[in-house]
Design a protein around this ligand. Structure first.
Ligand code: URA
Length: 238
């Protein structure tokens, strides 16, 4: 008799536990607010712009098992003015950038400086970063997997800087941020308004300076893009 009562009680207890698990009772009883938005785990939500950038940089430094990082000498995070309303995104660091830990300091960087100077800009007036923050070996293009890995950090980077104008140099930056279906030769020189994370910005793609060094006859198209950037800056009172 006692044995039968015990057995029934045990079975009831088991049923109750199963029911609790089924309805996720811990969650209902814990009184925690329901998070309805997907949180961007790379986004540091507190602090000044400088502090947020430092936190982001540290997060990138903590990336594990990354071939790019393991082969590189330095993290290449950014250069320029963190308060600028114009942000430029390249592809990834080359040998010189890897050595100095700064984007666009090699030959392509010198050309970029000249292009900026032609519309009265320089590194005190713009902010520069890349799709990937470590040098791809042999200066190859970053792979899709590498781009996907660094993209959340790049988007957070853009959100923190909150530029009014975002300039994408070359197909890697264009495809990473606008989409795989677009090609640089068709998409360059056109403004699109785009939401990146929590921010809205005007985006324009143009040729990468390294490409322009290989195909100087395309510089005339790059010049059209630069003039568009100059006009947009004026219109947006930057
Ligand atoms: N090319 C890039 O895309 N980025 C750099 O920083 C240097 C060369």
């Amino acid at each position: 008799m006692l044995y039968k009562m015990k057995k029934n009680l045990n079975q009831k207890l088991i049923n109750l536990i199963e029911y609790y698990n089924l309805i996720n009772a811990n969650f209902f009883l814990s009184n925690k607010p329901i998070v309805r938005t997907v949180t961007n785990t790379t986004f540091p939500s507190f602090g000044t712009k400088k502090e947020k950038l430092d936190k982001l940089k540290k997060k990138i430094q903590l990336i594990q098992n990354c071939k790019l990082k393991n082969n590189a000498k330095n993290l290449v995070f950014s250069d320029g003015n963190i308060n600028s309303k114009i942000m430029i995104i390249g592809e990834g660091p080359g040998a010189n950038e890897d050595m100095e830990g700064k984007p666009f300091v090699g030959r392509a960087g010198k050309l970029l400086d000249k292009m900026l100077a032609s519309i009265k800009l320089d590194r005190t007036k713009v902010y520069i970063s890349n799709v990937v923050n470590y040098r791809p070996p042999e200066n190859r293009k970053p792979t899709e997997e590498e781009i996907d890995r660094y993209l959340p950090y790049l988007k957070t980077h853009i959100e923190i800087i909150n530029p009014k104008i975002l300039i994408l140099l070359g197909s890697t930056a264009l495809n990473a941020l606008v989409g795989d279906e677009v090609v640089i030769s068709k998409a360059r020189g056109k403004w699109i308004q785009k939401k990146i994370g929590e921010i809205d910005t005007w985006v324009i793609a143009s040729f990468h300076p390294a490409f322009l060094m290989r195909q100087p006859e395309q510089k005339k198209l790059a010049w059209i893009d630069l003039k568009m950037i100059r006009e947009k800056s004026k219109a947006l009172k930057i």
